[in-house]
Design a protein around this ligand. Structure first.
Ligand SMILES: [Zn+2]
Ligand SMILES: [Zn+2]
Length: 147
């Protein structure tokens, strides 16, 4: 018997399709995390995500969910000032599938995706192998600039 998704409300069906598409079963934690991140539209820390969950999932379930989503490129992970942030969607944008740059606000701490700002191509010396590249622009966000 295949595990049936408990969430069958219309608006949540898209998440089931998304999970199906990536060969993932529909679990309450996965659906909730997808809903939180897609509705938020900006990066959230694991703690922020946990605060928004409507029922408590244990730490490792949430951690595994985030890791699985990142592997499938359903979400992307941003490492900033020693902590990890998660944003909906792949980090890759444009035809060349280059990762985008992120903006970190020094005042409110918010991380914003800059999909139109593409990471420059970095050539590493012979014998080196690239694992990941990230670039964070620090400054004041629109909201904080108005204050
Ligand atoms: Zn700000
Ligand atoms: Zn991003």
């Amino acid at each position: 018997m295949q595990q049936r998704c408990k969430f069958n409300i219309e608006t949540k069906m898209d998440f089931k399709q998304l999970l199906d598409h990536h060969g993932l079963s529909c679990t309450p934690c996965r659906v909730e995390v997808l809903k939180i991140l897609s509705e938020e539209g900006k990066a959230l820390s694991e703690e922020n995500i946990r605060k928004r969950l409507t029922f408590p999932h244990n730490r490792s379930t949430l951690f595994r969910t985030l890791r699985t989503f990142a592997e499938k490129k359903i979400i992307h992970v941003i490492s900033c000032e020693g902590s990890l942030w998660y944003a909906f969607g792949s980090a890759e944008t444009g035809k060349k599938k280059a990762n985008h740059i992120h903006f970190h606000c020094d005042r409110c701490g918010e991380i914003t995706c800059l999909p139109s700002a593409i990471l420059p191509r970095i050539t590493v010396p012979a014998g080196f192998s690239e694992q990941s590249v990230s670039l964070i622009v620090n400054g004041l966000c629109k909201k904080c600039n108005k204050r």
